[in-house]
Ligand binder design. Structure first.
Ligand code: COA
Length: 295
């Protein structure tokens, strides 16, 4: 009987359908039990962002933003680079005489790197595995978290070839760094490593290259255990209140708290309260409740 039950359980596990993700020319999707890796995939060009990569990233993020199998999104690069920024040949020179193509590429570039990624409904982590230059700062800033390899090389290199940190890179960096560091790194173009990126607030932490993926997975698994609705509303709240005054923020947060009670199908608040007050099974100050009504 017990053997039969075990066989049934195994069969059930095996039956989980393999997800057939769309295939893109310059972007790859990989999965690990709810953690989805969205990978800029032009390693021979250090994942420089061509117009095609921008189109592919837009399509991939649209697809993943409504994907029920994605609990956490990790954005990273194939090979030894995160991304060497905009493709100077294909994005800048290649569209120089074609205003329509330039406008289309610019729209696509801003849409995925900022609008879509910063509003992604699930937690997002930038895994900065190597070179990260210029325009690639935007997607790092758009993600909720950023973890870098100690040896990753960051640089606001635009000034080194005579342009400004455009798109919205300048705006992004003053959000995450203090003003002095933003001006310093943008005007000198001086490269800095993952450790320095942590010191100046560009990333949450940096670790030895060999431990980068494990560190990202640890954070991703932690986020998988939290209430998805509470995490989503929290990140939306933190993002929005930055640009509000106090009365606006207070009103907005009241409304958001009320809305969360209706949106949260798992009733996380009820579960959290009863596991602390009635069951006494955990301490909210020290960890999270157990999700028993996964939606
Ligand atoms: N745009 C276009 N092509 C790029 C690129 C970019 N941003 N970054 C790298 N590439 C291409 C190189 O031209 C080269 O192409 P090739 O093999 O056809 O000659 C290939 O990627 C490998 O680059 P290479 O410079 O040989 O590799 P590297 O490991 O020695 O150096 C970088 C890597 C990233 C330090 C260097 O390529 C670089 O400085 N790139 C520009 C970074 C930048 O300033 N970006 C901001 C743009 S706004």
């Amino acid at each position: 009987m017990a053997a039969k039950k075990a066989a049934k359980k195994t069969a059930k596990k095996k039956a989980a359908p393999k997800i057939k993700d769309p295939v893109f020319e310059t972007v790859k999707i990989e999965r690990d039990k709810g953690i989805t890796f969205l990978i800029m995939n032009r390693p021979e060009k250090r994942n420089a962002m061509s117009p095609q990569l921008h189109m592919d990233m837009n399509d991939a993020i649209d697809y993943l933003s409504i994907d029920p199998a994605t609990d956490v999104l990790v954005v990273t690069g194939a090979g030894k680079a995160f991304s060497a920024g905009q493709d100077i040949k294909l994005y800048f020179r290649g569209t120089a005489d074609d205003p329509a193509a330039r406008a289309k590429a610019r729209r696509a570039s801003n849409a995925w790197r900022w609008q879509k990624l910063s509003r992604f409904p699930k937690p997002t982590i930038a895994m900065v595995n190597g070179f990260c230059f210029g325009g690639a700062f935007t997607q790092v800033c758009a993600c909720d978290f950023a973890i870098a390899s100690n040896t990753a090389t960051f640089g606001l290199s635009e000034v080194n070839w005579g342009i400004i940190p455009g798109g919205i890179v300048s705006w992004n960096v003053v959000q995450v760094m203090n003003y002095r560091n933003a001006v310093y790194y943008a005007t000198t173009g001086e490269p800095f490593n993952g450790k320095r990126a942590t010191e100046i607030g560009m990333v949450n932490k940096s670790v030895p290259a060999g431990k980068l993926k494990a560190e990202v997975m640890k954070l991703a698994r932690l986020m998988q255990q939290k209430s998805p609705a509470a995490v989503r509303y929290t990140k939306e709240a933190i993002r929005s209140v930055r640009f509000m005054n106090e009365p606006e923020a207070a009103d907005y947060l009241n409304a958001k708290s009320d809305a969360l009670k209706h949106v949260d199908k798992e009733d996380s608040r009820g579960q959290g309260m009863s596991q602390f007050l009635d069951e006494k099974s955990y301490r909210p100050g020290l960890g999270h409740f157990e999700r028993r009504n996964k939606g």
